[in-house]
Design a protein around this ligand. Structure first.
Ligand code: B12
Length: 344
């Protein structure tokens, strides 16, 4: 598996999105009229999204992330009554456009990747793509917790987690074995159009609150005089998992600086330079965040030299394929907050 640059593709994204959108509207304009003037903009955004995933497949040297994305999208579209033919046609158009524009090797890889994705799309047995499979046995409270966050019942959600902690579960256990699987399932239900975007936002907001209340009940070891900085790479807005990791480090006596989601690389470098932590934990949720993580890590090492701390990577994007995290050039990886604890 070799890593290739996705730069030649980057420069073609905008013209490719315009070309594909125009061609889709030329063919399916009547059917798309129901989305109004806004529809064209959404269509263009969707094509840019396809190109993001395509670029990450190129970066990772494997068609898998793109094939998985296309199967996921098939599921998402089918659940919303959008014909899969539209997606297939957009892939065909992308291959045609990029085939004319890109040079030799990149072009061969791209065409191969798109061809593999289109073949999976046509294959009824290709299955669906689910992001975030539960690796550990969930605690008994997970079902009630999930119902509570979807119904907006904050008290009930907190009660589930408190009950588990009163029965002896640690902060790390309730995080990874109740809140995490429940949030993964919220994602799966959104994918199937059985949960709305606002319900998903509500579930996230409640889970953030619940984590705070669990933190207040947690047991903390004496200070170990070590500092870790926690940041989602630029462009990654999925911050809940990183929050769990940061809180769990604190229970082990670490000081934690949690910077949250979508941290601009430039500011991250300045922050790490100022704080001089022992560890930097970076989170990546979508495949394209792995490329960003690699660039972030390169920048940190060049700019900070010997002062660059040990760097750990994790997040949903690192969970699909074994050792995929190594593309980022981080020093270490953990699958979840409990696994990270075992490695401390
Ligand atoms: C909530 C949510 C959001 C919220 C996030 C709010 C927040 N403040 O965090 C918002 C609304 C921002 C959002 C946006 C989007 N989302 Co979203 N989201 C989710 C959802 C439902 C839950 C995320 C979550 O909290 N998981 C629970 C945490 C605990 O799990 P975790 O992140 O994996 O973290 C654990 C480990 O990975 C690990 N870990 C994490 N970081 C680190 C770091 C280190 C160093 C280490 C060691 C370990 C580690 O430890 C954590 C704790 O154990 C997921 C579903 C899913 N499967 O995750 C979709 C999901 C990730 N989102 C998805 C999508 C499509 C999007 C959007 C593109 C939607 C859109 N059209 O705008 C945007 C993209 C935003 C972006 N650029 O980042 C898809 C991605 C599918 C794909 N094809 O890749 C998913 C999988 C939903 C789905 N099934 O379709 N999302």
């Amino acid at each position: 598996m070799t890593t290739a640059s996705s730069e030649p593709l980057q420069s073609q994204c905008e013209p490719c999105a315009s070309y594909v959108t125009d061609a889709i509207y030329a063919k399916y304009g009547d059917a798309l009229a129901r989305f109004g003037a806004h529809g064209r903009q959404v269509c263009r955004q969707d094509v840019l999204h396809h190109l993001d995933y395509l670029a990450s497949a190129l970066f990772l040297g494997s068609p898998k992330p793109f094939v998985q994305y296309v199967l996921w999208l098939r599921d998402v579209l089918a659940a919303r009554s959008v014909p899969v033919a539209h997606l297939d046609y957009s892939l065909e158009l992308m291959a045609a456009f990029l085939g004319d524009k890109l040079a030799d090797e990149s072009c061969v890889r791209l065409r191969k990747t798109i061809a593999e994705a289109r073949a999976s799309l046509a294959d009824d047995n290709a299955g669906t793509a689910q992001y975030g499979m539960t690796r550990r046995a969930p605690l008994a409270q997970v079902h009630t917790y999930q119902l509570s966050i979807l119904q907006g019942q904050r008290h009930a959600a907190m009660a589930c987690v408190h009950e588990a902690m009163d029965a002896g579960a640690s902060l790390a256990q309730v995080s990874v074995q109740i809140i995490q699987p429940a949030m993964y399932e919220v994602g799966n239900l959104w994918q199937k159009n059985r949960v709305t975007v606002s319900q998903e936002h509500l579930a996230s907001a409640i889970s953030q609150n619940v984590l705070v209340s669990a933190y207040l009940k947690a047991t903390f070891l004496p200070a170990v005089e070590k500092l870790a900085v926690f940041a989602c790479v630029e462009g990654n807005h999925h911050a809940l998992g990183l929050r769990m990791l940061s809180d769990v480090f604190e229970t082990q006596g670490w000081d934690a600086a949690y910077l949250g989601g979508d941290v601009p690389t430039h500011d991250l470098v300045r922050d790490v330079d100022a704080r001089r932590p022992q560890l930097l934990a970076l989170s990546a949720s979508l495949p394209q965040h792995l490329n960003t993580a690699r660039q972030t890590i390169d920048t940190l090492r060049v700019e900070l030299g010997q002062a660059c701390p040990e760097i750990w990577i994790g997040g949903l994007a690192t969970l699909g394929e074994v050792a995929i995290w190594r593309h980022t050039k981080a020093d270490s990886w953990s699958a979840d907050a409990l696994h990270a604890l075992e490695q401390l």
